[in-house]
Ligand binder design. Structure first.
Ligand SMILES: [Mg+2]
Length: 199
């Protein structure tokens, strides 16, 4: 049996179908239909062409407890995480969500039966209002070691690959297609492609 690996797993758009849900919310709330494939930037305000007011309303809305709890899981994600745990790998859930979303995120993971060893919040995007007692900084993250990471943010994936030397599965999403190539970045279309990276 191969040795146990320490694996970093992002939440939004890796395990949880977050942005796909946003397209429905933007349609319902603002009557604006933006196809998922058009979401070519990580900046939701720009992707959905929201005004400042619309964006603040949207941001508050999508961070409400019931809505966050209702996100569907990404196909295959939970099966693979549970299989990895069964193989003795150590799963760290590493989210950049606002620190206010901590409890509901733990509740979501529990509701969907996700097996993991650690849960950490990282201030990936310099969010104002994040509680520094709850979220660690990117430099604190860089002091940790991983054998594999799964991310959809091109910027975070490059940070993991370049700064931290971690083999990183970049879950293919329209907003990361312009991400710079790197030897340690592996673009993956699905969890079926990601699974063998831990064996
Ligand atoms: Mg993400």
């Amino acid at each position: 049996m191969s040795r146990s690996k320490r694996i970093y797993v992002d939440v939004d758009d890796v395990v949880s179908r977050t942005t796909e849900t946003y397209t429905r919310i933007v349609r319902e709330e603002f009557g604006r239909t933006v196809p998922f494939e058009n979401l070519t930037t990580f900046d939701l305000r720009a992707s959905f062409q929201l005004t400042d007011n619309e964006f603040h309303y949207f941001f508050d809305l999508v961070h409400q407890h019931d809505l966050l709890l209702g996100f569907a899981p990404v196909d295959g994600a939970i099966d693979v995480l549970n299989a990895w745990s069964g193989q003795g790998h150590c799963i760290e859930i590493v989210t950049g969500r606002p620190t206010s979303a901590r409890d509901v995120t733990l509740e979501w993971l529990d509701r969907h039966g996700v097996t993991y060893n650690e849960f950490i919040m990282v201030d990936k995007y310099n969010r104002p209002g994040n509680d520094p007692a709850v979220a660690v900084s990117k430099s604190d993250l860089a002091a940790r070691t991983y054998d594999l990471a799964v991310e959809d943010s091109g910027e975070m994936a490059l940070f993991l690959a370049e700064e931290m030397g971690v083999t990183t599965a970049l879950k293919d999403r329209p907003w990361n297609r312009g991400c710079t190539d790197h030897d340690r970045l592996v673009r993956c279309m699905s969890w079926e492609d990601i699974k063998p990276l831990a064996t």
